[in-house]
Design a protein around this ligand. Structure first.
Ligand code: AMP
Length: 301
């Protein structure tokens, strides 16, 4: 056990110590997990970048319901940030995160440094065909390749039976689902619904960047998605004009639109005409000042 590894001990209702093991080392995590697996325990996994909020805690809760042991990873993955993105200023609050994990009943927390996960030079990449051409993939080149790289590694390290990801990052969920299928990862994926603040804003670690004024305006994205959803549910099957109009409304309120559209839930390509019986993702990403916010609603047409 190295210096960065910590044991958290608290007492449960029966006075028995509950131990949350925290390690930044792959070999330690592997030893713990193979012991637990040899005891017949089902491993649930929640990968995160930290700065934990109620959305993450919802994922942990779902993992607890579907497994015996919950493993959380906290790693701000440099490979999924572009050169001009917010890697350096991404919120890091490990102490607070560990406290939240402990209170939520997490069993193991993996907190690797960059050098534990990545070699200085990498010779291999994971490529994505088409699924990352639109939505967040369209405006953040290389983002999903970086996500797949780290999730692939984390799955190989943690070897979970189930893994929970949030609907908030729906494109991420769909692309990881494809990776699991095509690379034969023996893991079942569970999607957690979007956790929202009372005013509808999807919770996000990046909400911490918002000024008071931006925070007040931020739920406008969800309200706009809800309005478009309502129109679609009441029969609009070619939503292009409706969406263009809503973009204008958002821009008038000071939002800068990255994308706002309806996408086919399987191909993740924009859908101009909605067909009965198909599933769609109504999704948007906007900039409020220096903060990029995303949100989505799933639509069964
Ligand atoms: P992150 O730490 O932002 O990489 O997120 C870790 C996981 O939490 C991902 O699977 C996200 O989709 C999920 N997540 C983040 N915010 C929310 C939210 N508001 N509701 C549900 N899941 C979320």
């Amino acid at each position: 056990m190295n210096a960065a590894s910590v044991f958290f001990r608290v007492m449960n209702a029966f006075g028995k110590p509950i131990i949350m093991n925290v390690s930044d080392r792959i070999d330690e995590i592997r030893v713990d997990i193979s012991r637990l697996k040899s005891e017949g325990k089902r491993i649930g996994f929640v990968p995160t970048m930290g700065a934990l909020h109620s959305g993450h805690l919802g994922l942990i809760e779902l993992a607890k319901k579907n497994s015996d042991i919950v493993v959380v990873s906290i790693f701000v993955n440099p490979e999924q940030f572009g050169p001009n993105e917010d890697f350096d200023r991404y919120p890091r609050q490990l102490k607070d995160d560990l406290e939240k994990c402990r209170s939520a009943g997490v069993d193991l927390v993996f907190t690797p440094e960059r050098s534990e996960i990545y070699d200085e030079k990498k010779f291999l990449k994971i490529g994505i065909d088409k699924l990352s051409d639109h939505m967040c993939g369209g405006s953040r080149p290389g983002f999903f390749e970086g996500v797949l790289l780290v999730v692939n590694k984390l799955f190989n390290i943690v070897t979970p039976d189930i893994a929970v990801f949030g609907q908030k990052d729906i494109q991420q969920f769909q692309i990881i689902s494809k990776m699991v299928k095509e690379f034969n990862h023996p893991v079942e994926l569970i999607m957690a619904p979007i956790a929202r603040a009372n005013d509808g804003l999807a919770l996000s670690s990046r909400n911490a960047y918002l000024s008071d004024q931006e925070r007040k305006a931020a739920p406008g994205l969800y309200r706009c998605l809800q309005y478009i959803e309502k129109q679609i549910q009441s029969g609009v099957d070619t939503p292009k004009l409706l969406i263009e109009h809503q973009k204008g409304e958002l821009e008038a309120k000071g939002f800068k639109i990255d994308y706002l559209n309806v996408f086919d839930s399987k191909t993740l390509e924009p859908s101009e005409t909605l067909r009965e019986g198909n599933n769609y993702i109504l999704a948007g990403a906007i900039w409020l000042g220096k903060t990029r916010l995303i949100d989505n609603i799933l639509i069964e047409f």
